[in-house]
Structures are given as structure tokens and as C-alpha cells.
Write a protein that binds this ligand. Structure first.
Ligand SMILES: Cc1cc2nc3c(=O)[nH]c(=O)nc-3n(C[C@H](O)[C@H](O)[C@H](O)COP(=O)(O)OP(=O)(O)OC[C@H]3O[C@@H](n4cnc5c(N)ncnc54)[C@H](O)[C@@H]3O)c2cc1C
Length: 353
């Protein structure tokens, strides 16, 4: 039985910890916050991807379809399928309406013509066509409760309010309140998402090429006709507005305004600076396509760092990262990319234990 440290109690850290435990390994799970899944695993658009988002990355789209099925089956309690989802294709889209429709058929994702009462909500001068699809949202708070319940049934050594401040091959320093503790483990799984490179740089290991965006997602109350509707305008500098189940609101993200600024990790540390909300710009532009949105009530913005692998930038795909350090075998960097990549991550864990 090996002794493993999992750093980060987001969805993926918890998933890795549970997988290790299931195979009989000893696990310590360390999370800086006072609860699991408080960072990107809560602050995200809550979309369970079905592939529709990736018309320029066929393999990601196909894999998304498989992951969707697994995720929905494994975590039904957190799945919100109580709304209708529409993808609208703008005239200036990078894909045409015909290409989008054929793409959905190729990956076997449900797609049909949107009803007229939905189509007429859109500005026909800017939107080419609208399709009804099958895409759900997840309630991140319920998902966290499911995960916390699973963890509570194991003998995983859980340390909340604790931060790993240094790793060196098999030696780890953990800050717990005023105390620093040094422990020795056989394997380290670094599941810290936007913080992945911090510990890596400190330990002088190989940096992972990551791009970070400081993002703003607005939470809004949409007017009645949109309450049970989710909308994504594709494919380019457009927007998504869909239910955010854990707050019973809608989230609004905009390709141009949600990322406020971006950076890539370098040897020196990057410091985040706060910026002013771009909600007004977001809603004004989104309402050009869907005028009714102008009658929404703004509630607040959620801010989080979104981290992507550079290779997924061009086609918006979200491959996973599961990489063992060459300089320090036994130290793994793990990133799920999107919330439903559960089979891929589990497969990788099983390969290395
Ligand atoms: C704006 C935005 C929108 C998104 N939309 C979607 C979407 O609609 N659908 C989708 O599937 N995905 C979406 N994603 C991606 C998704 O949120 C992430 O892929 C996923 O949540 C990452 O989970 P994680 O466990 O890797 O990261 P996190 O949930 O961020 O977990 C990392 C954890 O590590 C902890 N930590 C960091 N450093 C340390 C340390 N040194 N010691 C101890 N603990 C530490 C943090 O506190 C944190 O809890 C979105 C992301 C963002 C930011």
C-alpha cells in the first residue's frame, strides 16, 4: 500500500483521492479553503458539455459525448435538465448553420430546428439559425455534497484550511494554521488548477505550459420567457447565458468580456490584480443578438482564474493534463480541463498506481 498526497480539494483532487482510496492506497488530501470545491469547481458556467461547443475539435466533441453520459449517470442528483438549450449560429460565426448541424449529426448529438417562438426572440439580422440541443447544467453545491459524502465514508486523511507550501520529490511541507508539518509520501498529485506551476517552480521541476485568464462571470435574473432556457451563441466572440443551478440564477459569460486579462506562467510569480466589472459591456453586446436580455437584473459577478493548456486555445478543446515529472518521478500534475472528464482522469490514475 503506497502513501499518496493529493494537493487541492477541487473536484479533480477529490476524484483522484477517491480513486486512490478505492484501490487500497493511503491518501492525504490537503485543501487551502475551509471546504471542498470552492474555487473553479464552483465558479464556472456549470455546463455539462455534450460536444456542441467544439465544432473545431472533433475528437474532443466525441469524447465529451461519452463523458457527458458517464457524468449524468454517476451524479444524477446534481444534474439540472429542467430547461431547454439552444445554440444560435451568428452570421459572423466561424462555422455556418449547416456546418454546425452536420457536425452535431456526425458526433451523434441531438439537434433539431428551434421552434418559431424561440427563433423570433433573436435578432435575425445577426443570427443565421437557431437549434434546439440537449445540454444540461450541474449544481456545483450538490456535486460538492455528493463528493463530501463519498469522502466521509473513506479513511482518507483530510486536511482543510491547510496549504502545501513546498514539495521536494517525496518530501512535502504543509502549513496548518501557525504550524508547518513535513511529511514523506510515495506519490504527489498536484491538483491545484490555476496554482499548478507555483509548487512546480518552487521545487525547480519542469513547468507546465499553461495560460491563465482572469475571468468574470455575471449572475443575472433573466426575464420570464428565458427562465427555463439556456442559450449559447456560436462560434466566435459571442456569449452564453444559461441556468446556474446552485444560485437559481442564470450565468452570463461573453467570449470578449469574460476574460479580463491573461498571462502565461513564467519563472517569476504572477500577481493577480482586481479589475472593474465589464457586465455592462457584456449585456449590451449580448442583447444585440437576443434583445430580451436587456430586461435582465444583474445580481453579482463571480471572479475566478481560468486555466487552459495552450494547445486547446485554437480550437477551444479541453484535453486533460496528467503528467509525471521527469526530474521527480512520482510527482504528477493533474488538470481535468472541464468538469466531466472523469473517465479520462480515473484511467490515468489507474495506470500509475
Ligand atoms: C469562468 C470559468 C468557466 C468554466 N466553465 C466550465 C463549464 O461550463 N463546464 C465545465 O465543465 N468546466 C468549466 N470550467 C472549467 C472547470 O471549472 C475546471 O476544469 C474544474 O473546475 C477544475 O477543477 P480542479 O479541481 O482542477 O480545480 P479547482 O476547483 O480550482 O481546485 C483546485 C483546488 O486547489 C486548492 N489549492 C491550490 N493551491 C493549493 C495548495 N498549495 N495547497 C492546498 N490546496 C491548494 C484550491 O483552493 C482549490 O480548491 C470553467 C472554468 C472557469 C474558471
Amino acid at each position: 500500500m503506497s502513501k499518496n498526497l493529493v494537493i487541492g480539494g477541487g473536484f479533480y483532487g477529490c476524484l483522484v483521492a477517491l480513486e486512490l482510496n478505492k484501490h487500497g492506497h493511503q491518501v492525504i488530501l490537503v485543501e487551502s479553503e475551509n471546504d471542498f470545491m470552492q474555487r473553479a469547481s464552483y465558479i464556472n458556467q456549470a455546463r455539462i458539455h455534450q460536444g456542441y461547443h467544439y465544432p473545431r475539435s472533433f475528437l474532443t466533441a466525441l469524447r465529451s459525448r461519452q463523458n457527458f453520459t458517464h457524468f449524468v449517470k454517476e451524479f444524477p442528483e446534481c444534474v439540472d435538465n429542467s430547461f431547454d438549450k439552444y445554440y444560435a449560429i451568428a452570421h459572423q460565426s466561424k462555422v455556418s448553420a449547416v456546418q454546425f448541424y452536420k457536425f452535431c449529426q456526425r458526433i451523434g448529438a441531438p439537434v433539431s430546428e428551434a421552434p418559431d417562438d424561440i427563433k423570433k426572440l433573436f435578432n435575425r439580422h445577426l443570427i443565421n439559425d437557431v437549434f434546439k440541443v440537449k445540454e444540461y447544467a450541474f449544481d456545483a453545491v450538490i456535486l460538492k455534497e455528493i463528493i463530501a459524502t463519498k469522502l466521509a465514508k473513506t479513511d482518507i486523511d483530510i486536511r482543510l484550511n491547510s496549504t502545501v507550501i513546498h514539495i521536494e520529490k517525496d518530501v512535502v511541507v504543509i502549513q496548518e494554521g501557525q504550524n508547518q508539518k513535513t511529511i514523506t509520501v510515495d506519490r504527489i498529485f498536484n491538483c491545484t488548477y490555476s496554482n499548478l506551476n507555483r509548487l512546480i517552480v518552487d521545487a525547480k521541476l519542469e513547468m507546465i505550459p499553461l495560460k491563465h485568464e482572469y475571468t468574470e462571470m455575471a449572475l443575472i435574473e433573466v426575464p420570464d420567457p428565458l427562465k427555463k432556457v439556456g442559450i449559447t451563441v456560436m462560434d466566435g466572440p459571442f456569449f452564453s447565458c444559461m441556468p446556474f443551478p446552485s444560485r437559481k440564477l442564470h450565468s452570463l459569460s461573453h467570449v470578449r468580456y469574460t476574460p479580463h486579462y491573461h498571462w502565461v506562467d513564467r519563472e517569476e510569480k504572477e500577481y493577480i490584480h482586481k479589475s472593474d466589472s465589464l457586465y455592462t459591456a457584456m449585456i449590451r453586446d449580448a442583447a444585440r443578438y437576443l434583445p430580451l436580455l436587456m430586461n435582465s437584473n444583474y445580481i453579482e459577478s463571480l471572479w475566478e482564474i481560468k486555466t487552459v493548456l495552450p494547445q486547446s486555445e485554437g480550437d477551444d478543446s479541453r484535453p486533460i493534463l496528467f503528467k509525471e515529472s521527469e526530474k521527480a518521478p512520482g510527482v504528477f500534475s493533474v488538470m481535468g480541463g472541464k468538469i466531466d472528464n472523469i473517465i479520462d482522469i480515473r484511467e490515468q490514475v489507474q495506470k500509475v498506481i
